[in-house]
Design a protein around this ligand. Structure first.
Ligand SMILES: NC(=O)c1ccc[n+]([C@@H]2O[C@H](COP(=O)([O-])OP(=O)(O)OC[C@H]3O[C@@H](n4cnc5c(N)ncnc54)[C@H](O)[C@@H]3O)[C@@H](O)[C@H]2O)c1
Length: 257
């Protein structure tokens, strides 16, 4: 979605993804509409692959002056099955408590969301440094502000992404490279469905109803509703904006009771 919007504005888009299928479809869709896009297979957790991609893109076009760190997401292995731990839960079949969170699951969520952002930025910001300009956009989450229940690893990782965004914005402040993030609220995408749609009934879960009740606008957002902020943060319209994490959340993060 972001790639297509940027391509429509004339940006040449390199699509780095570990999975070819969706990225190739996106590449084809952009090309069909007259845009310029190219898929580069890449695991953002492998520095050597990131470096190769950077060199290939620089040789094909020029070193990028925009980086969106979009690889990320949640995994049930880093989440508990209930909001609160009750006495007696530990050891109960089908109840996944804090004590059942497995090391690999927790680490994979943390690594993908946080280390993937760090490593990709390290690989691509060097080219921006030489150009004396650049804009990095990280993807944080509502869970970075006040952690959402159950999603322990995801919350920790996204809090790290927000913190790192602000740290790096300061560190790069004299270089011409700006670093910002968006914190999307609840968009009913594939990654959200496992907690929001009951797989047996197809109905909204109790958690989903709670989220909607806590969203002043009373609905899920759509991926399209991120685009205005994304384009603003990446463009010269935000030339004096660095180190911000912009909530796009229908009011979720401002609402208590
Ligand atoms: N969907 C939401 O409601 C929501 C809300 C807040 C934040 N976000 C964040 O937005 C970002 C994008 O989410 P999405 O909903 O578009 O998810 P998505 O699964 O559609 O996109 C993530 C992409 O990352 C790729 N990827 C996974 N592991 C990778 C790796 N090691 N190296 C390279 N690529 C890898 C996947 O193949 C996929 O194409 C994520 O950081 C997510 O946490 C989503």
């Amino acid at each position: 979605m972001m790639a297509e919007a940027l391509a429509a504005l004339g940006v040449k888009v390199a699509l780095l993804d570990i999975h070819a299928e969706k990225a190739e479809a996106r590449e084809a869709a952009i090309t069909e509409r007259g845009g310029v896009a190219r898929f580069f297979p890449c695991d953002v957790l492998r520095p050597a692959e990131l470096q190769t991609c950077f060199e290939e893109i620089a040789a094909l076009w020029e070193p990028p002056d925009i980086l969106i760190n979009g690889a990320g997401g949640n995994d049930p292995r880093g989440s508990t099955s209930r909001e609160f731990l009750e006495p007696g839960d530990v050891g109960t079949p089908d109840v996944k408590t804090f004590f059942d969170l497995d090391y690999e699951g927790f680490r994979s969520v943390f690594d993908l969301n946080f280390l993937g952002t760090f490593l990709a930025t390290r690989a691509f910001a060097r080219g921006m440094l030489h150009r004396g300009r650049g804009a990095v956009l990280n993807i944080s989450s509502m869970s970075a502000l006040t952690p959402l229940t159950q999603v322990a690893a995801y919350s920790a990782a996204k809090a790290a992404v927000s913190n790192f965004t602000r740290w790096l914005a300061v560190h790069f402040a004299h270089t011409g490279i700006r670093v910002n993030a968006i914190a999307p609220g609840f968009l009913l995408t594939e990654q959200l469905k496992f907690l929001h749609i009951d797989p047996h009934t197809g109905e909204l879960t109790a958690r989903a109803r709670k989220v909607l009740a806590h969203t002043p606008m009373g609905r899920y957002g759509t991926p399209e509703e991120l685009l205005g902020t994304v384009i603003w943060l990446l463009s010269d319209a935000a030339a004096f904006v660095t180190g911000v994490v912009v909530p796009i959340d229908g009011g979720f993060s401002s609402y208590t009771i």
